[in-house]
Design a protein around this ligand. Sequence first.
Ligand SMILES: Nc1nc2c(c(=O)[nH]1)N[C@H]1C(S)=C(S)[C@@H](COP(=O)(O)O)O[C@H]1N2
Ligand SMILES: [Mo]
Length: 247
Amino acid sequence: MKRRTLLTGAAALGAGACAKVADTDTARSVFDAAEDWHRAAHRALANRQALAPEYAPEDRSPTFRGNGSLTVDTDEYRADAANGFANWRLQVRGLVETPLSLSIDDIRALPQRTQITRHDCVEGWSAIGEWTGPQLSHLLDAAKVKEEANFIVFYCADNLYGADYYESVDMVDAYHPQTIVAHELNGEPLPEKNGAPLRMRVERQLGYKHPKFLTAIEAVTSFEHIGEGMGGFWEDNPAGYQWYAGI
Ligand SMILES: Nc1nc2c(c(=O)[nH]1)N[C@H]1C(S)=C(S)[C@@H](COP(=O)(O)O)O[C@H]1N2
Ligand SMILES: [Mo]
C-alpha cells in the first residue's frame, strides 16, 4: 500500500510540518512541490473513485449476450447447476486475517447493491444490464484484508483455449462502490452464459475485467506467480490486452 503511505505522508506535511519548516525559500519550494503533488495525486484518485453512469430500467438491453465461455464444461459444474448451485462455494483467501468460504445463500444474506450499467467489450459491443450482489468491499472487510495486499485476484471455474480464466484489480477498483459480486442479472439468478452462479462487476473497467463463474477471491502483494504473470487471462494471451482497462 505504498500509494496510501505516500498520500498520508504528503497530507501530514501539508497539515502540520509547514508552519515550522516553511520559513526558508528552500523549505517553501519543497512544501509547494509536496502540495502540488498531493493535489495531483488526490485528483487522480478521486477520478478513479468516480462512479460509472447508471441507467433507468427501460434502458436495459432486451438480451444481454454471452461472450467468451458460455458455460463450464465439467461434470461437476453440470451437477452443481442441476442442484441450483447449493454446493457452490466462493473462497476469500490469501492475505486475509479470516479466510471465508461462502455459499450462494451467504452471498444473498449480505447487504445488496443493484446497479444498471453499460458493459463495454473490447471486441466492440455494449449491453446495458441490471446487476445485483454484495459490494466486494463487504467481503474484503469481513475477511480483514492485510495491509500488505496490493491486488485482488479472481479465480474462475472455466478453462478457455486451454487456460484457466482469471483476473485481477488493484485496491482502488476492489473497494470501488460499484465493484460487486453479482448473482442476479435483470432481477433473475445469473444465466449460465453470463457466469452463473457468481460473476464480478467492476464497472470502471472493460468487459474482460469482469470474471464469470467465480470460485475464489485472493488478496496478494503481486500477481507475478499466477498464470503467465500478467494479471489476467487476456493479459497473458498473445492478444495482449492491457492489465489496466479503465473506462
Ligand atoms: N470466466 C470468464 N469470465 C469472463 C470471460 C470468460 O470467457 N470467462 N469473458 C470476458 C469477456 S471478454 C467479456 S466481454 C465478459 C462477457 O460477459 P457476458 O458473457 O455476461 O456478456 O465476460 C468476461 N469474463
Ligand atoms: Mo470482452
